[in-house]
Design a protein around this ligand. Structure first.
Ligand SMILES: [Zn+2]
Length: 259
């Protein structure tokens, strides 16, 4: 978080601190009003948008951080590029209801699902999609957006990372931009976090949200992701942690603090 002398802190910065600490903050009024008067500032509510290539990606990559933001009273949206059903699976008639799974996961994390309208395994990044995605993200008025690290072995993950990045540029870098990892080494590659969130207290809820995606062999994928959060926990000095990289030109925005 940007530091400065107390009289140079912006109101927003103060609100961020009050909110993310989960406390109220007393602000001194000018002495002309009343020598001893203070006003209590209610915790601010911020919009957090966590984007993912498929239903399940935000949950696996940042489910703990999502739960922690939601518990602090912030408005969290999980924005999925597609509904997780390939055209082949749709034609077979036996496709699982990935939207219902995502709804359950979002309920567990206290978030709201949103879809960008693309097709699983068929991501398109062109001028039309850049414009459409920009309109979608702008309508959400996010304070902070999380997305896939762009070096990733899945084309849908790379696609949404590019769509977010382009929207961020079109929106004059007006929201904080963080990158996350999924199943490091299998999807995300070459990811070295610079920031960590302790998820130890919400790890069970993250697990439940991941297992809500029951059609996606959670026994295999959750175990892999949990190995990653234990590894990040060792780095962070906690039982489990999620790692992030903030874009170097991103506005500052506090990640949830240690409980
Ligand atoms: Zn995915």
């Amino acid at each position: 978080m940007t530091q400065g002398p107390p009289d140079q802190l912006s109101r927003r910065s103060l609100l961020e601190r009050a909110s993310l600490l989960g406390t109220s903050l007393a602000l001194a009024l000018p002495s002309a009003a009343s020598a001893a008067a203070t006003v209590s500032v209610a915790p601010a509510r911020f919009k957090i948008v966590v984007t993912g290539g498929h239903p399940g990606d935000p949950e696996y990559g940042c489910g703990g951080t999502i739960a922690r933001y939601a518990d602090l009273g912030h408005d969290v949206v999980l924005l999925y590029l597609n509904k997780g059903v390939t055209p082949e699976a749709a034609r077979s008639g036996g496709a699982p209801d990935r939207v219902a799974e995502a709804a359950k996961a979002c309920e567990i994390l206290k978030a709201r699902p949103l879809y960008a309208g693309q097709i699983d395994g068929n991501a398109i990044v062109d001028r039309e999609r850049y414009e459409q995605f920009h309109r979608l993200l702008e309508a959400e008025r996010p304070d902070v957006v999380f997305t896939h690290w762009p070096i990733d072995n899945h084309a849908d993950h790379r696609a949404i990372s590019m769509l977010v990045y382009d929207a961020w540029l079109r929106m004059k870098k007006g929201f904080a931009l963080y990158y996350y990892e999924v199943s490091n080494g299998e999807d995300t590659v070459q990811f070295t976090p610079t920031l960590y969130v302790d998820i130890s207290t919400v790890a069970e809820r993250k697990r439940s949200a991941c297992y809500a995606h029951a059609s996606q062999t959670p026994d295999r994928f959750y175990q892999l992701q949990e190995t990653v959060t234990h590894m990040r926990g060792v780095e962070r000095g906690t039982a489990q942690a999620e790692g992030f990289i903030r874009h170097v030109q991103s506005p500052d925005f506090a990640l949830p603090l240690i409980p």
